[in-house]
Design a protein around this ligand. Structure first.
Ligand code: NAP
Length: 241
């Protein structure tokens, strides 16, 4: 058994003991409690409205590419750049992320952002997580390239640049000059961002919401348990995408 596999087996045993409410997420809490050192953790930031196979494949690619022990999905509570847009309830988005990731021992979902009051800022999230993680933990914040383009304008961007690595997944045909131009416009604040292509990101949450509202199939775009949850909760039926 490799060291990573041993860590994951210990974590599963600890979770099976039915731990109290998670500080970060069940698997990370168990890894920290078991004394794991030098963890490499990916934080998959997004609204996940709804989660789909593009997100799951991107997380798996990031796990492999950056040699991550765990990827924690962080459904945003009250996304800062979406104050004028309708976003589904945080509990529904959390639950869809949870049921979509539960079969992968390297994936987990944290309530940290949906439980925090006020606007969700990535800086606050990473600080809160870093306080609960061993100081030697390497943190990679992963999200879509379209969101990363605005990184220099995020809350406390200058501090943010110092506390995590950043990785951006791109849809096929992504124009990298967008990011270069955004960086050049904010002289003095250069983020190191690693881009990686994820062909499956041709799937998008916007398209899924639209398809549901039009009564079209979303089979094979997101796991069957998410499709059942959307139907049971009647999400995205109102046509407001
Ligand atoms: P968004 O505008 O909903 O998404 C922008 C694009 O990126 C969409 O094409 C989206 O596709 C894609 N995307 C989003 N998350 C992704 C992921 N994890 N993997 C792959 N593609 C992804 O972006 P958002 O959800 O509001 O923000 C993304 C993350 O950045 C969140 O964690 C948010 O909190 C953070 N953020 C922080 C600040 C701040 O601190 N001030 C500001 C902006 C964003 P789909 O719609 O298919 O997901």
């Amino acid at each position: 058994m490799s060291a990573a596999e041993e860590l994951k087996a210990d974590v599963e045993d600890a979770i099976a003991d039915d731990e109290p409410a998670a500080a970060i997420s069940p698997r990370i809490d168990a890894a920290v409690a078991s004394g794991a050192k030098d963890l490499r953790i990916g934080l998959m930031g997004g609204t996940f409205d709804p989660i789909h196979y593009g997100h799951l494949i991107a997380a798996e690619q990031a796990r492999e590419q950056f040699d991550l022990d765990f990827v924690i999905f962080l459904p945003a509570g009250n996304p800062s750049f979406k104050q004028d847009k309708k976003v589904s309830d945080g509990e529904d988005r959390y639950e869809m992320a949870r049921i979509a990731t539960q079969d992968n021992r390297a994936f987990d979902v944290s309530r940290i952002e949906i439980d925090r009051e006020g606007v969700t800022y990535t800086y606050d999230t990473i600080c809160e997580l870093r306080d609960k993680l061993p100081g030697t933990t390497e943190v990679y914040f992963i999200t879509g390239a379209d969101a990363i383009v605005s990184l220099p304008k995020w809350y406390k961007a200058d501090e943010l640049a110092k506390i995590a690595h950043f990785a951006a997944c791109t849809r096929p045909g992504y124009d990298y000059t967008q990011f270069k131009e955004a960086q050049d416009a904010d002289i003095g604040l250069q983020f190191e961002v690693e881009f990686f292509d994820v062909p499956a990101l041709a799937i998008s949450s916007t398209d899924l919401r639209k398809r549901v509202s039009e009564g079209k199939s979303i089979a094979y775009m997101t796991p069957p348990q998410v499709i059942r949850f959307i139907a049971k909760r009647g999400l995205y039926m109102d046509g407001e995408i």
